[in-house]
Design a binder for this molecule. Sequence first.
Ligand SMILES: Cc1cc2nc3c(=O)[nH]c(=O)nc-3n(C[C@H](O)[C@H](O)[C@H](O)COP(=O)(O)OP(=O)(O)OC[C@H]3O[C@@H](n4cnc5c(N)ncnc54)[C@H](O)[C@@H]3O)c2cc1C
Length: 601
Amino acid sequence: MGASTLLLTGNIDTIAQMSCNPAIGGQAKGQMVREIDALGGEMGINTDLTGIQFRLLNESKGPAVQSPRAQCDKKAYQFRLKHTLELQSNLQVFQATVTELVFTGQKVTGVRTNLDIEFSGVTVVVTTGTFLRGLMHIGQNKNEGGRLGDFSSKTLSASLIKAGVKLHRLKTGTPPRLLGRSLNFSKMEEQRGDASPTLFAFHDTRDPAGLFHVEQNGEQYIGWQPGSHQVSCWMTHTTPETAQLVRDNLHKSAMYSGEIEGVGPRYCPSIEDKFVRFADKPRHLLFLEPEGRSTNEYYVNGLSTSLPFDIQLEMVHSIPGLENAQLLRPAYAVEYDFAPPTQLYPSLESRKVENLFFAGQINGTSGYEEAASQGLIAGVNAVHKVRREEPLIIGRHEAYIGVLIDDLVTKGTNEPYRMFTSRAEYRLLFNHGSAELRLLHHAKAHSLVSSTRLARIEEKKRQTDYWITFFETHKAPAGQGTLGDVIRSSTMGGGAMPEFPVEFSSQSEALRQEVMYRVGYQGYLAREQRQIKKLSQIEKIKIPPSIDFMQVRGLRKECAIKLSATKPYTLGQASRISGVNPSDISILMVLIEASRGGAKR
Ligand SMILES: Cc1cc2nc3c(=O)[nH]c(=O)nc-3n(C[C@H](O)[C@H](O)[C@H](O)COP(=O)(O)OP(=O)(O)OC[C@H]3O[C@@H](n4cnc5c(N)ncnc54)[C@H](O)[C@@H]3O)c2cc1C
């Protein structure tokens, strides 16, 4: 966006380091990466160029729930993104640990660092991940740090609390890493990547110059082609012996012995949780996933634990194929401070401290995609704030990113929040292939992609609309209705597709797939569109920030307290706060309309 920006990090070498599994995407998350790409973010292209295995999840189901996922080369992912930042004009990257924020009244005006260097800025975005008072647990063993081998950001919490920002504790965990040559893959089931990989970036509209790889040298493009030379993952499972070991030693687990006060991710449970909560399940699937091309390190997906090291070792050896496994790194749990996100406006700016923005795990989420989505929105809005422009707010009906931020700032979370398709009311409209078309107006209004790319997306949209209209208005032979009707009945399993015009068949595969989806599922998509339209009125009505809910006549006290605490941005957001009912919304609507009328008069 052309703004002069400073990025401070405790360690430049760990920029874009994936704390857990080096995998991007998956259910709902894959769609989010494509949304990030549509808004000019880097995650998709970085994944494509450093991915070592690509799979489209739910391939046999409808396009709305199909999600791309890729296993990345952990180091290449990091190095390439660091290099991307180095190439970015107007961005200065500097290594220093922020020890406190600098405030002037109720505004943030800069940061102090451990090097005694102070930086000033009009807006500040805090993205500390799991580092705020990070404390790692392996059984009874405790070490300070945001992740193994890293530092703990200790004093920043005090600075935030002093400014009135509330902090609570959460926890997350990670499995052990194993040495590949100590594993017996013949006892495991191979899982290959897709022969035809689904990539994340919209390569059809992006500038090919973005395709540099980490080994890029001047003008030369060196490295692997996206999706080529994929590697395999491997499947194995726990045994009754594993279950017994976990049950016998539960009291030694940091999580179960009361050592950890923070709440963990319900949807990414530790192996202790799995054997306790799903006690009737005889075994749990585990995936051995390579961490890169130039390392022999493997991630054991599904074996996150905070049991002591000796039990971890026994547990690993009880698993088929891992009998002689050597551990390169132990599993551990990490506890950290997070700032409940109901303290934020939908722009991700703090309601307590002006010009201070929060993004990522500090807002109570878990996952790279959730963090990247928020980073993008907070960054854009930090620039808008400087320029006194309207913030970028993506609606729940437009994208998973909209659902994520609305859920966080409206409902908050008391456990690590991750995205699921089921969180979105209009998920049929959120198929991954449509992200660029869905978010085009935002990319354009906020200048998030280059003018060349914008022109290509606009052309893609024109073509998509043209072909949809074409199929809906052209008759099929033999009285079968329109070509659209034939496509719909074929999509639902009733007969062959019509013969397509050559001009359509010669369009890109991405465009053809999008048109077929929109025509094939037209009835379902139209139903969601109608619901959106019905609710769109209250989504558009902004609540003046000056309104004092406690003074609004007729509003129930419980509702007034909740509204005062959340300070919703629109009537739509207010309606989603638990405890606010339709009659409260009607009262607010009348009040806002009256105040508008008053202003006119
Ligand atoms: C052990 C572990 C297990 C996880 N397991 C999963 C999982 O199973 N599934 C999943 O989806 N996600 C998991 N995650 C979460 C995922 O890693 C995060 O959600 C994501 O990386 C958060 O991104 P972020 O940008 O908010 O923070 P991070 O990626 O943590 O980055 C924070 C950055 O801030 C810097 N920093 C912190 N404090 C300061 C300071 N004071 N001054 C300067 N720089 C500072 C750090 O150096 C770091 O670069 C796990 C994380 C950890 C640590």
